[in-house]
Design a binder for this molecule. Sequence first.
Ligand SMILES: NC(=O)c1ccc[n+]([C@@H]2O[C@H](COP(=O)([O-])OP(=O)(O)OC[C@H]3O[C@@H](n4cnc5c(N)ncnc54)[C@H](OP(=O)(O)O)[C@@H]3O)[C@@H](O)[C@H]2O)c1
Length: 330
Amino acid sequence: MKCIRIERYGGPEVLQHADLPAPVATPGMVLVRVRHAGINFMDIHTRQGKYEKSRTYPVRLPCTLGMEGAGEVVAVGAGVNTHAAGDRVAWCIVWGSYAEYALVPAWQAVKVPDAIPLDLAAVSVFQGYTAHYLAHDVGQLGPGKTCLVHAASGGIGQILIQLAKRSGARVFATTSSADKASVARERGADAVFFYDSGKFADAVREVTGGQGVDVVYDSIGRTSLRDSFRAARTRGLIVNYGNVSGSVTDLDPLELGEAGSLFLTRPRLADHLRDAAEIRRRATDIFSALLDGTLTIDIAGRYTLENVADAHAAYEERRIVGKPVLDIDK
Ligand SMILES: NC(=O)c1ccc[n+]([C@@H]2O[C@H](COP(=O)([O-])OP(=O)(O)OC[C@H]3O[C@@H](n4cnc5c(N)ncnc54)[C@H](OP(=O)(O)O)[C@@H]3O)[C@@H](O)[C@H]2O)c1
């Protein structure tokens, strides 16, 4: 089978085109003919070696890249009675998805409703589940709550705005260009600010009557986190769920006290997808919202196994707006 492998960490040049035997369905697993894979910033982090020592995400070299996808089950392993050949499924946090076949633990493979095309499913689960747990479990958003979403035109940003608005919260957003700001507004953001070297924090304080927001969602990390503290209300919650600009490695807990007795959390999706029931609950909500039109996820660019490096470059150059898909059969 054709796939994209890495044998060492580095830039896009470490992506290798390989032709390997397809895996066989081992106990507890389903073998899937992959039709589409989601392309995520997490693939770039994987390629760069950021999970080299991670216990949450024990992906090790050599590795077939890609950890989100959708396709049809072609075989099930011993002990699997929840799936059968022909089922349309989607999954995430299962490495090996930039490939014609992938081995997926049955408990992580959710069935995709017939009315949802597989390419849409492939770009919806990872960021959909993430935005879902960030909005509902971590931020506990609802009427009367306020939040700030950074990188608002990004894959997670766009979904988070929509789920936050659906919950009844007031949503502010940041981004880096006028075009990206219109996307955030289209998704429902009440006001959008540019980062402006941290001045977004002053703008957020101003629109909240000097209070700051209840929850700040910060996926950027090093270049924004301290200004995110300034955008939060006293005893507010800072959710640092990504570090696309690098991690903050010099934080003294006292800073949280000085910023207004803030709560800081660094959550991970894997801890919010602990079993099949939790995955199904989030998938059902995301798929239903896609079907009833309360959630829109646009495919932002189509790539193939031949040119997936271009998608990685686009992410690193901040040119991705939304979520790109990898068409495996093209
Ligand atoms: N903790 C979790 O559970 C979890 C789960 C899924 C993903 N994540 C993380 O969430 C982050 C966002 O993922 P995503 O796939 O949705 O990506 P994304 O937001 O679609 O893309 C990254 C965006 O970040 C902004 N950005 C700001 N500074 C940047 C920089 N120095 N380099 C590149 N981009 C920069 C850019 O938007 P602007 O131009 O608008 O600034 C860019 O479009 C990643 O770090 C990912 O690993 C975490």
